[in-house]
Design a protein around this ligand. Structure first.
Ligand SMILES: Cc1cc2nc3c(=O)[nH]c(=O)nc-3n(C[C@H](O)[C@H](O)[C@H](O)COP(=O)(O)OP(=O)(O)OC[C@H]3O[C@@H](n4cnc5c(N)ncnc54)[C@H](O)[C@@H]3O)c2cc1C
Length: 391
């Protein structure tokens, strides 16, 4: 067995590498850190998008920025100018490369690739024992960023399932300064479906088919829908698929907070990082990693993802419940949100930056009836969940 390490990070994805690179930046003051990651190498497996508001992390490294976007529902298309708060895209290979370079520069921090943690870490009087297929490691602190081994449909209010192709065409067919945030597909019956188009040049775009639904959807039906949507959009033009990406994100995570030990922290997508109403997590992970690294340096303690702000979390969960209960009007709610409310307010709301009065503006932009109807059962459910948790 190896000598005891100050901190072992299980999983070197977005959260694990973000924390490790923040700690690496402390130079010789950094604790000893080992990241155990099961993949053999990093590929460009995803893209992270976020709005440019109040200095987001990785703004300088963003691979593309859009200055306008549109939302379409049935025959209506709404155009928006977002020059003031551009929509930014960070390709994961840029992020991984940046994190790996920072980590490599600090001899206290080591990344172990191709090793899978195969059982639950065991606590003893000195700390924790971690077992991989190849070796055993001892740690004082653990940050566990692995997703749960099994998730059930009821572990989130809704699930966001999506599949995307980065495609290249022969002829020019995209506007690289304009993206399509949501082009709703009203022919899909099993949830709220839309196409998301992120052009990065006249000939290249990432096109995703996304569904918000009660159940986690299989990849194959999404691929079929994606192919049909691309064929329709491209009007028969041929294209090559450069890369695919796929994901399932929890929206309104209902998993109980697993953090019970002060020396063992769950972190990442399923431990508080995913914003309920969007499933987005990248910027929230960046903010957490900065504070958690500082907390380890200052007091040798782990910092958990902060609890959602009450009003934001209430609004997010009620919004998801309304979408869940009324799939037929869900697309028009998004349409209302973007077209009836000031754009900066919507962006602040989506980026966890809205003030109380901005939250009220969001409420005012939406039709009250579906929310009033959903409120009694929503509140009863919340109270029951609280009672179950405390008993
Ligand atoms: C395709 C895709 C696109 C996304 N786009 C956006 C976006 O545009 N904006 C946004 O804000 N969010 C987005 N997200 C959501 C979120 O930001 C990402 O899922 C993010 O990667 C979550 O970080 P994480 O560290 O929790 O999980 P991951 O990045 O998935 O990291 C978990 C790591 O744990 C490793 N692991 C798992 N089990 C073991 C084991 N037993 N032993 C060792 N290692 C293990 C995995 O290999 C993985 O590297 C997207 C997600 C996906 C999947």
């Amino acid at each position: 067995m190896h000598s005891q390490i100050d901190l072992v990070i299980l999983g070197g994805g977005c959260a694990g590498l973000s924390l490790a690179s923040r700690l690496s930046a402390f130079g010789k003051d950094a604790p000893s850190v080992l990241i155990i990651e099961q993949r053999e190498n990093y590929t460009n497996d995803r893209t992270w998008c976020f709005w440019d508001i109040e200095h987001p992390a990785y703004k300088q490294q963003a691979n593309h920025a859009w200055t306008s976007f549109e939302i379409s529902n049935q025959q209506r298309t709404h155009q928006f100018d977002c020059r003031k708060h551009q929509y930014l895209m960070l390709e994961s290979h840029t992020f991984y490369q940046d994190a790996l370079t920072t980590i490599e520069q600090n001899p206290n921090v080591e990344l172990l690739l191709g090793q899978q943690v195969i059982s639950a870490p065991i606590k003893n009087e000195n700390g924790w024992l971690i077992q991989t297929a190849q070796a055993q490691y001892a740690a004082k602190l653990i940050v566990d960023t692995r997703p749960p081994q099994k998730v059930n449909h009821q572990d989130a209010i809704l699930w966001q399932s999506f599949v995307g192709y980065e495609i290249q065409t022969q002829a020019d067919c995209f506007l690289p300064e304009k993206m399509v945030l949501m082009d709703f597909d009203d022919t899909f019956d099993d949830g709220l479906a839309f196409i998301y188009i992120l052009p990065t040049s006249e000939k290249k775009a990432l096109i995703e088919y996304t569904v918000f639904s009660e159940k986690i959807l299989d990849k194959q039906p999404l691929i079929t829908r994606l192919n049909q949507s691309i064929a329709q959009k491209m009007d028969g033009l041929s294209y090559d698929i450069l890369r695919t990406e796929h994901g399932t994100l929890p929206m309104g995570n209902q998993l109980a907070n697993p953090n019970k030990e002060s020396t063992y922290l769950y972190a990442g997508l399923f431990a508080g990082a995913a914003r309920p109403s969007s499933g987005y997590a990248f910027q929230r992970i960046q903010s957490w990693a900065t504070v958690c690294a500082q907390s380890i340096i200052d007091t040798n303690t782990l910092y958990a993802f902060p609890k959602e702000r009450w009003l934001q979390s209430f609004m997010d969960e009620l919004f998801l419940t309304v979408i869940h209960n009324n799939p037929a009007i869900a697309a028009s709610l998004f349409e209302d949100l973007f077209s009836q409310c000031d754009f900066q307010t919507v962006v602040k709301f989506m980026s966890d930056k809205a003030t109380v009065s901005e939250h009220l503006q969001i409420i005012k932009s939406l039709p009250p009836l579906p929310f009033i109807k959903a409120l009694p059962t929503f509140l009863i459910k919340k109270i029951c969940a609280k009672i179950a948790l405390s008993s």
